[in-house]
Design a protein around this ligand. Structure first.
Ligand SMILES: Cc1cc2nc3c(=O)[nH]c(=O)nc-3n(C[C@H](O)[C@H](O)[C@H](O)COP(=O)(O)OP(=O)(O)OC[C@H]3O[C@@H](n4cnc5c(N)ncnc54)[C@H](O)[C@@H]3O)c2cc1C
Length: 468
């Protein structure tokens, strides 16, 4: 029987898309950088349906591309142009099975949208600490498969740290039930870790047990102007010490990013009375003190004394604090109308953060002297989104023609500092060549062996992460 007919029998006619127009939203990447073609998009509702689809694909050696919210920035969720792959969308698997503040866990389907999990945790006075710009559309299965980071990694860790148990459909269609809620379990290899960050190349995550945490009662956000990136690193250390490690987020924002957001996002105004080159957005959280605003002010005052803070805003109301966060969250989108931007997702040891930006700026200027430096992000994790922007008067495609040359120079600097070429977005299609270039032969060999052991026919998201 024809593959499409069998897939239709599994999910029902309403949940298989075959028409090119209907599949558009599933074959184009968020930034339009990657476009593909699929033979079909299937939208199963249960783990058993996923398993039946995978068994069918395994029997016919048909490639599958698992897809969550399709917010990947590296083309991981987009099929190639061949038109023979099946996109497996998890969107209909969106049940929150239980939220348990006693155990500090939630059991959720892979297709649950991240913002809905945050809201479900809030309902029981808890938080699910993964906070990323795409939270309104990305799914927990995608977050797990990319080991997503975000603004609270400093305090709570990556997605990897939030996962206690997983259910996975393996490439041969078997279901692995690893849905434990245990915090301690030393019974051999920790199998869930294989699938976290695997970008859909080893199996399909269908359900997860994740951690939730008591919600901090008090929170204070501030925006500080600082003299340099070096000052940011010094301030981070000061703030952690003075607060007893209550810094839940700290983001570095250069002037150019504030200007872009003000220019392109309606309703956003410049919060700073004067113009400074660098800023820090800082968030303190605590359950035990109502004096958190005072604590923030004391930390900033100490920063003034040490000349690592030049100016600061400490808003009183929630709404004003949210406005400061909005600036950070809009940066990704505000880059688009400015023209070509060559994106990097670098991490280096925190102590090398300033060196990295300095050296990368020099290296890019050697290629495009009047490029605009855009470097922002999660300084607390040593993670910078280093996105050199085209000169205002340059043709966009001429500029983007330098992508490989610029990226190689930037990545070389990160790797020379024992940094990473992909701190949180993963490898996907975008960085599959870079992975081979920068990882050792031993690492690449181990990865291929794992892939071969679990997916010998290479049907799970082929060509992503690992080159075929
Ligand atoms: C505006 C914006 C801001 C962002 N900010 C951040 C940020 O701060 N930090 C960060 O880490 N990322 C960020 N991202 C990147 C992206 O949102 C994350 O990588 C996110 O985790 C992807 O989730 P998704 O559901 O959209 O997955 P998709 O894009 O659909 O898929 C991502 C990868 O996971 C695989 N996959 C998806 N679901 C499953 C599953 N159930 N089982 C197996 N494999 C699966 C796909 O095949 C693909 O390889 C941002 C993206 C945007 C657009």
């Amino acid at each position: 029987m024809d593959l499409i007919k069998k897939l239709t029998d599994i999910v029902g006619e309403k949940h298989i898309l075959l028409d090119e127009a209907d599949m558009q939203g599933f074959v184009i990447e968020w930034r339009d950088k990657f476009v593909g073609k699929a033979r079909a998009v299937v939208q199963p509702k249960t783990t058993e349906e996923v398993a039946a689809i995978v068994r069918l694909c395994a029997a016919t050696k048909t490639s599958l591309v698992p897809q969550g919210g399709n917010t990947s920035l590296v083309g991981g969720s987009i099929p190639f142009m061949g038109g023979d792959e099946i996109v497996l969308s998890l969107s209909r698997m969106n049940r929150i099975h239980d939220v348990d503040p006693l155990d500090g866990t939630m059991t959720v389907d892979a297709g649950c949208i991240l913002a809905n999990l945050q809201a479900a945790a809030e309902d029981v006075e808890c938080i699910f600490p993964l906070r990323i710009g795409s939270e309104g559309s990305c799914q927990i299965g995608g977050n797990i498969s990319t080991n997503a980071g975000g603004v609270q990694v400093l305090h709570y860790g990556n997605t990897r740290e939030q996962v206690l148990g997983l259910e996975v459909v393996l490439p041969d269609g078997r279901i692995w039930d690893g849905l434990t809620a245990l915090r301690k379990d030393n019974t051999g290899y920790d199998l869930k870790q294989l699938f976290i960050g695997a970008e859909g190349t080893l199996g399909i995550v269908t359900r997860a047990v994740v951690k939730i945490y008591p919600r901090s009662k008090y929170q204070q956000v501030a925006l500080a102007a600082i003299p340099s990136v070096d000052a940011a690193v010094a301030f981070l250390s000061l703030a952690r010490q003075m607060s007893g490690d209550q810094v839940t987020a700290i983001e570095i924002i250069p002037r150019i990013c504030i200007d872009m957001v003000v220019r392109h996002v309606p309703g956003v105004t410049d919060p700073m009375p004067a113009r400074y080159d660098w800023h820090l957005l800082i968030e303190l959280s605590s359950s035990s003190t109502e004096n958190i605003k005072e604590l923030m002010e004391n930390i900033l005052a100490a920063g003034f004394e040490q000349e690592i803070v030049l100016d600061a805003i400490v808003p009183a109301s929630q709404a004003q604090q949210q406005k400061l966060w909005q600036i950070r969250e809009e940066i990704s989108g505000a880059q688009k109308p400015e023209g070509g931007s060559i994106k990097h997702d670098i991490s280096v040891p925190v102590s090398r953060f300033a060196d990295f930006i300095r050296e990368a700026d020099i290296a890019v200027a050697k290629i495009i002297p009047d490029f605009r430096s855009v470097a922002f992000g999660h300084i607390g994790d040593g993670n910078v989104h280093y996105n050199p922007l085209q000169p205002e008067k340059m043709d966009k495609s001429d500029y983007l023609g330098h992508w490989e040359e610029i990226s190689r120079a930037v990545h070389d600097i990160a790797v020379s500092m024992r940094g990473s070429i992909s701190a949180e977005h993963g490898i996907g299609r975008l960085k599959a060549d870079d992975l081979v270039h920068y990882k050792s032969d031993v690492e690449i060999d181990l990865m291929h062996r794992l892939k071969q052991a679990l997916d010998p026919d290479g049907i799970m998201n082929p060509g992503k992460l690992l080159k075929k």
